[in-house]
Design a protein around this ligand. Structure first.
Ligand SMILES: Nc1nc2c(ncn2[C@@H]2O[C@H](COP(=O)(O)OP(=O)(O)OP(=O)(O)O)[C@@H](O)[C@H]2O)c(=O)[nH]1
Length: 594
């Protein structure tokens, strides 16, 4: 067919194919219907699958060259603008989201920690109330016994004599006292009391009902409660380690007309207290542990076997009696023993000696540990009552908070996923806007963009720049003979061939139809002609699949300083190409050769 350089027919025919390519590209992206309608220079659109003002698919039956350019421009602008907007939006959004997620997560974690603390405080308050109520019960009973049977005339009379008697007389009085109060001691024992112990005003042990044979030892050094009851002449109570046992002690001064005759102690062991607490504490285990230094300071050396190392903390001892006594009631007997290391974290709090709590996960279950400080009569912490309880509360709370945090993470991920998909689409659109779908070469818009950059560089550095327009000779015959698919294949094969013979800094684009354009930076026209001729020769020598040999014609033009835009140099290259076609095809001609 004849070559119509600038006729409408040529534009129409070439753009028919280009339009189809754009239509293919647009099929994957929504194009605003408004844009298509306003673009009245567009020949004819047949649309289907319209949805909310967007076209999901466009079919381009015919297309004008101008339209191709406008649509290409639109795609590029869309990709560029949406890219800028998206980048700004993503940064802003990421900042806001990070701040938001950070704030929410911090407050959720803080709330969770507060919730845990509230749970611990409630547990400690409840444990404290139970201990107090048990001690109150024992105190009331011991008061009753003291008033009813101890502070009675016969006992006072005995003690009055014993105070100043010699050793032999004291022994006789001791035996009398023992016989007199043996029923009282038995009654006390029935109510879980362990000790009934009389002391003389000088601090000597007079009669231990639980060890009647052990007396005469001086107690003021080791038994502060006794010394205070004696010297302050008032009732003293509190937990205290003794020479043999520890216990919760109620110490009464026995006075006769203001004169101190003796002191008497009624006490319960901690084993009793723990056991009685365990009876009402159905869900928890209780461990009593006492500070090592407190025990070592007071205990008779031969009584050290009453204690063993606590597996909860190295500085503490278990009272064997408590532990042994309470053992049948312990619900998780081996659990803590085997996982004591989880409590390493509590060492600093233990050292503080105050009440505290701790949550730990053992064998997949959450346990709440409460450390209730046991203080002596001077309010100094000397031991801990440790409660261990499986905490369903915390599991519920923790599940709720995990759910909230999980939701936040999920929403965040979802948002970032949406942004990532958008970004991928934007990149795809950008690529599509710059790529010719058939040959995968740059398209006209991309070429114009590169040209503008290179021409500015060329102006700045005073360099040369060459444009070569390539057109396949008699390509219509290829299509007519072998069909469009084979024609397409030829275009693809030719693109590869051209690309292979250009440098990495050169650009080759599909200008439209069977026309290609090359941009050769730092090249003048004679050099450009040599490159173009090499391409022409390689193409002529190449055996294309199906069609065999084809030839190309090339028009070469150098960029001139007074070229305002690409059109001028393209026009010159086009003219040279036209002349090459006119003068026999399979030819390379430069603008200066015309
Ligand atoms: N297969 C295929 N053909 C195309 C494509 N774009 C344009 N064409 C065809 O290329 C042919 C170009 O024909 P003409 O412009 O008449 O030029 P020609 O036959 O190459 O003849 P000369 O250029 O004069 O040597 C037309 O038949 C177009 O249909 C395309 O993408 N694929």
């Amino acid at each position: 067919m004849r070559f119509f350089a600038h006729s409408r027919e040529r534009s129409f025919l070439k753009c028919e194919k280009v339009g189809a390519n754009f239509a293919r590209q647009f099929n994957t992206f929504p194009v605003r219907l408004r844009y298509a309608r306003n673009a009245n220079y567009v020949g004819k659109f047949a649309t289907w699958q319209g949805h909310k003002g967007h076209l999901n698919c466009l079919k381009f039956n015919s297309f004008s060259r101008k339209c191709v350019k406008r649509l290409g421009d639109w795609m590029e602008r869309y990709a560029r603008n949406s890219g800028r907007l998206l980048a700004k939006g993503v940064i802003l959004f990421a900042l806001v989201l990070t701040a938001l997620v950070g704030t929410i997560t911090t407050s959720v974690i803080r709330e969770f920690e507060q919730e845990k603390q509230r749970d611990i405080d409630a547990g400690l308050a409840s444990l404290g109330a139970k201990i107090t109520s048990r001690v109150d019960t024992y105190r009331i009973f011991s008061h009753f016994v003291y008033v009813e049977t101890i502070h009675t005339e016969p006992v006072v009379a005995l003690l009055r004599q014993a105070k100043d008697a010699d050793t032999a007389a004291q022994q006789a009085l001791r035996e009398q006292l023992y016989l007199k109060l043996q029923p009282t001691f038995e009654r006390l024992q029935q109510h879980d009391f362990r000790q009934l112990h009389f002391h003389l005003p000088n601090g000597e042990s007079f009669l231990r009902f639980h060890r009647p044979d052990k007396f005469g030892d001086y107690l003021f050094d080791v038994r502060e409660t006794v010394r205070r009851a004696s010297t302050e002449r008032r009732f003293i109570e509190g937990f205290e380690e003794g020479r043999i046992f520890n216990g919760y002690r109620f110490v009464y001064p026995i006075l006769d007309d203001g004169e101190l005759l003796a002191t008497v102690e009624v006490s319960i062991s901690m084993a009793t207290l723990v056991r009685s607490l365990l009876e009402i504490y159905h869900d928890a285990d209780l461990y009593f542990m006492i500070r090592k230094d407190v025990v070592q300071e007071k205990l008779f050396d031969d009584e050290l076997s009453n204690y063993s190392q606590s597996f909860i903390a190295t500085d503490y001892l278990f009272d064997n009696e408590v532990y042994g006594d309470a053992m049948p009631l312990i619900k998780y007997p081996y659990l803590l023993h085997q996982h004591a290391h989880v409590l390493d974290a509590i060492a600093p709090q233990l050292a503080s000696g105050s009440n505290f709590g701790h949550f730990a996960t053992l064998e997949g279950k959450t346990y709440r540990f409460l450390f209730f400080a046991i203080t002596n009569h001077l309010d100094e912490q000397v031991a801990y009552l440790v409660s261990v309880e499986q905490s369903n509360n915390l599991d519920v709370i923790s599940n709720a908070y995990t759910g909230v945090i999980g939701l936040i993470v999920l929403v965040t991920l979802l948002v970032f996923l949406i942004l990532a998909v958008q970004e991928r689409n934007r990149r795809r659109l950008k690529l599509l806007a710059a790529t010719d779908t058939l040959t995968k070469l740059s398209n006209r818009n991309r070429f114009i963009h590169v040209f503008s950059r290179e021409s500015q560089k060329c102006q700045r550095n005073d360099e040369n720049l060459v444009v070569a327009m390539i057109d396949i000779d008699h390509f219509k015959r290829v299509n007519d003979t072998y069909g469009h698919n084979v024609g397409d294949e030829v275009l693809r094969e030719l693109s590869l061939l051209i690309r292979r013979h250009l440098k990495g800094t050169d650009t080759v684009a599909r200008w439209g139809g069977e026309e290609f354009v090359c941009l050769l930076p730092e090249t003048n026209e004679p050099q450009g002609l040599r490159v173009a001729d090499k391409i022409r020769r390689q193409v002529a020598a190449h055996k294309f699949e199906v069609v065999g040999r084809i030839t190309i014609s090339i028009g070469v033009a150098q960029y001139q300083r007074d070229d305002h835009n690409i059109d001028a140099v393209i026009e010159r290259a086009d003219k040279a190409l036209y002349r090459a076609k006119q003068t026999g095809r399979n030819k390379v001609l430069g603008w200066h050769e015309l």
